[in-house]
Write a protein that binds this ligand. Structure first.
Ligand SMILES: [Zn+2]
Length: 430
């Protein structure tokens, strides 16, 4: 008997292909989700919305407000988060998904496949611990672009990735793509942008782990630095510098750089110039503070490295205190895996706690790890806050983190782009 009704198999096949199409588009599902019972933190410091409803359609927030003001569609999936505090997904702006440090013998001479798998694993763990956007500040062999594509396609869960590709340095500098002269600088920058880089990372001074050279030196020529930055800017791409040197900082600000990483030895005059010219600081304070010692010992770092870290840590913390006091724009970055255990929490959350110890209010520290990072990436109209039209990158914690930043330690629900990554009743949470 002919019929227009599909067989069970046909329906299943249609369902499967629809699901595959959604996956391919990066969607977890199509439909409305309502988060109920939670209190929504206002990232601008206004009064929170108590007992709120957050309506999510596909990947984005459709409506947000007090429960009485929002009608939940009958077919919506309701996720109850009674008494929880809802905040935007965390953003970590200094990440290497296949970190390789002195002493980490297991990762020397590893294959491309091994790097790729470690990157994917670390991306997934980062998302599960509440980090929904990351900026990669120096990756290996272009594998970051592949990992980003796989996550963007929906094939794998992971944070939104902005990447600087491979970091560009003068020969012998702190990074892996060595250039000499302005022509090679322009080629290197253009190559990274062609591959998909949305940032460029320049090693403008030495690093703590380097075994040669002076960390205070500024080894790029003016010509190399200016050309690299000009080529990036002509392509709409921002430039950051690995930097521990005030001398290198002055030269790079003159050349138009957009951000500095670490800033171990930056001085108040440099930090003041950064404020005036809108140059961002990504502190990565967590890497030089006592909580990191356990990590370095775990990976087998040599004593000379631990000693250097401890020495640098004192001026590094002073720089952070100065930057906060002066008002230098700060975006949160950890330089350790975002999920790396540190002082009983993750490196990302510890980084935020250390900002408060250095002088930020809890709200300022939360902003550094959300909307301020989004501002630095120039995506603050789509992530970094809980507002209609923004991606539904949402975390739930047990208390108000704008009162006590350590509330971030209680992340018990993670959603990215409307897809639940860690469910509220998941015993794996907390
Ligand atoms: Zn780094």
């Amino acid at each position: 008997m002919p019929s227009n009704r599909k067989t069970t198999v046909q329906r299943l096949l249609a369902g499967a292909s629809a699901a595959a199409a959604l996956l391919a588009a990066g969607h977890a599902f199509a439909g409305t989700v309502a988060l109920t019972g939670g209190n929504v933190v206002d990232i601008d410091g206004k009064t929170p919305i108590l007992n709120a409803v957050v309506l999510i359609e596909d990947e984005k927030i459709a409506a947000i407000g007090p429960a009485a003001s929002i009608e939940i569609p009958a077919d919506a999936e309701v996720i109850a988060l009674p008494g929880k505090w809802l905040i935007p997904g965390l953003m970590n702006m200094h990440v290497h998904l296949a970190l390789n440090l002195p002493g980490a013998s297991r990762v020397h001479d590893e294959s491309r496949e091994s790097i790729a798998l470690r990157m994917l694993d670390n991306a997934q763990k980062s998302l599960q611990t509440g980090v929904t956007t990351i900026r990669l500040t120096g990756a290996q062999e272009g594998i970051d672009f592949t990992v980003k594509k796989m996550i963007d396609s929906g094939a794998f869960d992971g944070p939104r990735i902005h990447t600087a590709g491979t970091s560009i340095v003068p020969t012998g500098g702190h990074g892996s793509y060595e250039i000499n002269g302005a022509a090679e600088a322009s080629r290197a920058v253009r190559e990274q942008i062609k591959l998909g880089a949305t940032w460029i990372k320049l090693g403008i001074s030495g690093g703590i782990s380097d075994t040669h050279g002076d960390i205070a030196a500024s080894p790029f020529t003016d010509d190399e630095l200016r050309t690299a930055i000009e080529v990036a800017h002509r392509n709409g791409v921002q430039v950051t510098g690995h930097n521990g040197s005030p001398i290198a900082a002055e030269v790079a600000i003159d050349a138009g750089i957009d951000a500095f990483e670490h800033g171990y030895y930056l001085t108040p005059p440099v930090l003041t110039r950064m404020k005036e010219e809108g140059v961002w600081l990504v502190p990565t304070i967590v890497v030089t503070q006592p909580g990191a010692r356990e990590f370095y010992q775990k990976i087998g770092s040599p004593d000379w490295y631990l000693d250097r870290v401890e020495t640098a840590g004192k001026t590094h913390f002073k720089t952070l205190q100065d930057a906060i006091r002066i008002g230098t724009p700060i975006a949160l970055g950890s330089d350790q895996y975002p999920w790396e255990p540190n002082s009983g929490t993750t490196a990302t959350i510890r980084e935020a706690e250390l900002y408060v110890q250095a002088g930020m209010t809890p709200l300022e520290a939360l902003r550094a790890g959300t909307i301020e990072s989004a501002r630095m990436l120039e995506v603050d109209d789509e992530v970094g806050a809980l507002r209609p039209g923004y991606y539904a990158d949402i975390l739930a914690v047990d208390a108000d983190p704008t009162k006590d930043i350590s509330a971030l330690r209680t992340i018990g629900f993670v959603m990215k782009g409307g897809k639940t990554i860690v469910a509220a009743d998941d015993p794996a949470a907390n």
